[in-house]
Ligand binder design. Structure first.
Ligand code: ZN
Ligand code: ZN
Length: 230
């Protein structure tokens, strides 16, 4: 780095800020010598790597100072791939938190059920019942969602006409792929359907969802077949 060479050539070493040659007990994150007074007055520690950075131009995140490198790394955690040991630690932490969150979720559901039961038996204001008091209030809302059987409505349409149905309902058409035949169709190279294949590919909107499932710790079962002794 060119920006850091200026003090290396200076003989003897001097404080980067005040140029004193005595009491150079500190050094900046980049390794430049600093006297204790200047380090204390003009420098702060990066909240991540603990290196000394000039307070004036230290970038901040959530009110804490960081060096530019650490700030970059924190802003893009995916930029760094954890090693095996870190992966193992992450999985361990995940399992631990998963257990804790399940317990919390179960408790939340339990409380919610109790409160819903209470709310169901109380008079509603608008569509809601307020429970609790002061700054600890919960609102229990009642909403109704009705779905309509499309076959019955189509039968009604046949009897009373499209106009009536279109006035009362919004029509939604959805397509779900028959995966097997669609895959075969798309993999085929019959020129007659080349345009159709392209059109289908263009109409498709694929999303890959990653799921993380914990693998249950399988303790060896003592009474497996074939292990029994005669
Ligand atoms: Zn100094
Ligand atoms: Zn840093």
């Amino acid at each position: 780095m060119n920006s850091t060479t200026h003090w290396k050539s200076s003989e003897p070493p001097a404080c980067l800020e005040c140029m004193t040659e005595e009491g150079l007990t500190h050094s900046s994150r980049e390794g430049a010598p600093l006297c204790a007074r200047c380090a204390d007055e003009y420098y702060v520690e990066c909240s991540e790597c603990r290196g000394l950075i000039a307070e004036d131009d230290a970038p901040q995140s959530d009110g804490l100072p960081y060096c530019i490198e650490c700030l970059k790394r924190l802003a893009d955690p995916e930029g760094e791939i954890p090693d095996e040991e870190q992966v193992a630690a992450l999985v361990r932490e995940y399992i631990q938190l998963d257990v804790q969150s399940k317990a919390v979720e179960a408790k939340l559901e339990d409380i919610k059920d109790k409160l819903k039961r209470v709310a169901a038996g109380r008079p509603r204001e608008g569509n809601a019942v307020l429970l609790g008091e002061g700054d600890a209030m919960a609102k229990c809302g009642f909403s109704e969602r009705t779905s309509y059987d499309s076959d019955r409505l189509l039968a009604l349409e046949a009897e009373f006409g499209e106009v009536l149905i279109d006035t009362l309902f919004e029509r939604k058409i959805t397509f779900k792929a028959n995966k097997k035949s669609l895959d075969v169709f798309l993999a085929d190279d019959d020129p007659q359907f080349a345009a159709a294949r392209d059109a289908i590919r263009e109409a498709a909107d694929s999303k890959t969802t990653l799921t993380l499932t914990l693998v249950a710790n399988r303790a060896p079962k003592p009474n497996k077949k074939g292990q029994k002794k005669a």
